[in-house]
Ligand binder design. Structure first.
Ligand code: FAD
Length: 165
């Protein structure tokens, strides 16, 4: 087989590149060392995921002193992105400006330059907002009542609405 591009890893980085390249008519080989995650509910089982860490990699790496350690990695189709890549916030337009108080220069691009890409990815990944959870609502209502200037706003999440069912 001939490939124009070979991409290692199927997380957000690899799959976004593969998506763009295949759309442009390129032959792409996407190589992934992990397996597909099961769809039997175990990925939403707090005990299995957090306490037992059954989906975490057990693969030891070596630090600069050649001492083995096991980093918190997930090798599965979709990568760590499947576990952690949910909250997809846009930068605020003001964040592109210089901030002399922190000696930050302005970005060389503006919000408007990124906006079409934000639009595209949010559509592609089905970014949606979800109602605030009842326990959190009690806390955020109390904070807002004190005229603290804080308010709550839904977080844009790349999660299927069906995950709530
Ligand atoms: C606790 C935590 C919370 C986070 N929360 C958010 C959030 O809310 N919103 C957000 O945008 N980002 C969040 N992030 C960051 C986000 O998860 C990462 O930036 C993003 O997933 C990185 O994508 P990636 O494609 O670079 O890597 P990954 O998604 O990790 O993909 C790498 C892929 O490469 C594969 N791979 C590795 N080595 C090989 C090999 N030798 N051969 C073949 N395949 C290989 C892996 O199996 C994996 O599938 C969070 C990160 C953490 C740790």
């Amino acid at each position: 087989m001939h490939y124009d591009y070979i991409i290692i890893g199927s997380g957000a980085g690899g799959s976004a590149a593969a998506y763009r390249l295949t759309k442009a008519g390129k032959q792409v080989l996407l190589v992934e060392k992990g397996k597909k995650l099961p769809k039997d509910g175990s990925t939403q089982d707090f005990h299995k995921v957090i306490n037992q860490g059954i989906f975490k990699s057990k693969e030891p790496w070596l630090d600069k002193a050649n001492k083995p350690f096991v980093p918190e990695e997930y090798f599965n189709l979709g990568g760590k992105t499947k576990w952690y890549g949910a909250a997809l916030l846009r930068f605020d337009p003001a964040e592109f400006d210089a901030d002399p108080d922190y000696q930050c220069l302005a970005w060389p691009i503006e919000y408007e330059d990124l906006a079409p890409y934000y639009d595209e990815v949010e559509k592609l990944l089905g970014v949606a907002t979800f109602p605030i959870e009842p326990d959190l609502k009690i806390i955020s209502d109390k904070i807002a009542k004190q005229n603290s200037g804080w308010f709550s706003a839904p977080l844009p999440l790349a999660l299927s609405k069906s995950i709530l069912v």
